[in-house]
Structures are given as structure tokens and as C-alpha cells.
Design a protein around this ligand. Structure first.
Ligand SMILES: [Cu+2]
Length: 155
């Protein structure tokens, strides 16, 4: 009889906790996003309507790999992830669809390597401005990052 009573109590508890899994999921994703730290975020601005380049360091302090899949900013029509290459003395770049950051690793976006390509500004920008960029991850909360607008000469 004690078991039956216990089962009934568990059932009522389960009913009351129907929203439990969702709440846990939300908590888990928030905790994961806070494991990702961005430092040294800067946006190198070229004259006219030439694309800007975004550089930063992204550290994964969590226990799970993180997958960076895209970036977005209201200040630009589109933002792409690129990688610069140097083949046979010819500089080129190509789009990157996703980048994994292993636990404890730091991924560096830097000149002559990975960079964000900011296309078509939606408003005038000047050196010294700040631009809000959202980094999007697979299965995690988006991460808002403030980029300092800098001159390409400072790179
Ligand atoms: Cu590029």
C-alpha cells in the first residue's frame, strides 16, 4: 500500500512539474551561453561602401563544444564568416558556414585568418563608434557582443 501511495504522490508531482523540462532547458541554455566569452571585439572600417572586417577572441569556458554558425548586426545588411587564405602567394577568402570551439579553447578571428565580413552599412559609421553584433550558436542562446569601430591602420 505504501508503494501505491508513493506512486500517486509521484504522479501528482509529475503533473505539477509538467513545465519542468522546459524550465530546465531554458536554464541549461542560459548557463551554456555564459560559458562563452568574447574579448577584443573590433570592427575595421574601410572607406565608402567597402565591407568592414570584424575581429575578436572567443573563449569557450564550458564543458561542451560550441558551434558558431552565424553573426548578425542591425548596422549592416549582412554579416558573413570568412577565412582568408594565401595560396601560391595569392590572397583569397571564402565563406565559412560553421566553426566549432572545443571546451577550454579560444578561437581567434584575426587579420589574415578568420574574420566577420560586414556588408553594406545601414547607417553612417565612424571610427570610435560602437556596433552591436549578435553571434549565433547551434543549440545555444545568441551572444550579443559590442564591437569598437577602429581604423584599418590600427590592425
Ligand atoms: Cu572576407
Amino acid at each position: 500500500m505504501a508503494n501505491e501511495r508513493q506512486a500517486g504522490r509521484l504522479q501528482r508531482l509529475a503533473h505539477r512539474l509538467a513545465w519542468g523540462p522546459l524550465a530546465l532547458l531554458l536554464l541549461a541554455s542560459v548557463a551554456q551561453a555564459s560559458d562563452l566569452e568574447v574579448t577584443d571585439a573590433r570592427l575595421s572600417l574601410l572607406p565608402g561602401d567597402m565591407p568592414g572586417a570584424g575581429y575578436f577572441r572567443l573563449h569557450n569556458a564550458g564543458d561542451e563544444p560550441a558551434m558558431l554558425v552565424s553573426a548578425d548586426s542591425d548596422a549592416f545588411d549582412s554579416v558573413e564568416m570568412h577565412r582568408s587564405m594565401n595560396e601560391d602567394g595569392m590572397a583569397s577568402m571564402h565563406a565559412v558556414s560553421q566553426l566549432e570551439i572545443a571546451p577550454g579553447e579560444t578561437l581567434e578571428f584575426a587579420p589574415r585568418g578568420y574574420h566577420l565580413m560586414f556588408m553594406k552599412r545601414t547607417r553612417p559609421l565612424a571610427v570610435g563608434d560602437r556596433v552591436e553584433v549578435v553571434l549565433e550558436f547551434d543549440g545555444e542562446e545568441p551572444l550579443p557582443v559590442t564591437f569598437d569601430v577602429v581604423s584599418p591602420a590600427s590592425m
